[in-house]
Design a protein around this ligand. Sequence first.
Ligand code: NAP
Length: 319
Amino acid sequence: MKKPKVLITRKIASEAVDLLQQTAEVEVWEEDRPMPRDVFLAKAEEATAILSMLTEKVDEEVLARAKQLRMVANMAVGYDNIDVSACKKRGIIVTNTPDVLTEATADLAFALLLAAARRIPEANRFVLEGKWTSWSPTLLAGQSVYQTTLGIIGMGRIGEAVAMRAKGFAMNILYHNRSRKQEAEEQTGAVWVELDTLLRESDHVVLLTPLTAETRLLMGEREFARMKQTSVFVNVSRGGTVDEQALYRALAEKQIWAAGLDVFQEEPVSPNHPLLQLPNVVALPHIGSATIQARTEMARLAAANIASVLAGGEPLTAL
Ligand code: NAP
């Protein structure tokens, strides 16, 4: 019998590839850059399953050509790169990798909060550039994090994990979600509030919703205007949730104190992007889940989803 074909769009943990090789003909895009679109389209035509990254847009154009395709296993918890309803219409299974990246991403969100509040990259540059000539009481003074109020927009798996960390910092926690999270409230003392209340009362705000039609540009001029002048804004969701021009103005005009950004509207972000010219922006290249452990587990889970479906079973983490 002909083996099913699995296309893996980037080099991933070898155990994940090994697992798939037991039952499928596996092709891995080995280059350390995303597959060019035309190559992806051509290779998708042959694929029974695609193990995709967030850099691949799986849309109508792909699906129309990928006649053999039975499933897409995204190696991410977010899936805004995939037209899920178009997949469903064609009976194509879509899976993601929840849970295995939660703690790594929460660590990074908290690291960004601390880095932006305490001006760590700015201070690091200061030392490296030989500007440290004397101690001074006001030198690189930042904002407190301990015992302040943290606002979490999107209290899902990662939001809750951030709240657990905030508890260790004796923070008062506010959150905004469409639904109430009873368990998180009991575990962390977090209090549900309307978005405007959260923005007004939080000392720092972390955004952790998925990117959807509803959350696109969720944070704009109106929202930044409601935040405190001493507040840090952290975005670890997706770049599309933030109006970057409005954020730039808020930071440049000191309506808010600083921002920690792991994600951008366009990725990779250009080094000439206005936001990157500001000293009070800490920018990272979308590394929320980038620990060796989490990335290995994500690859394994994505592969296990495909292996299960190819063996006639159910996917483990279907959308
Ligand atoms: P999750 O468990 O599904 O949590 C998402 C939360 O957002 C849910 O609690 C959801 O609750 C809330 N939400 C959805 N729409 C909302 C809206 N319109 N207003 C307010 N809250 C809303 O997902 P997760 O595992 O925590 O991951 C969250 C997101 O983080 C992912 O989708 C991904 O985009 C991003 N992420 C980024 C990185 C990175 O590398 N930077 C890594 C991992 C994840 P309700 O539905 O009740 O509102």
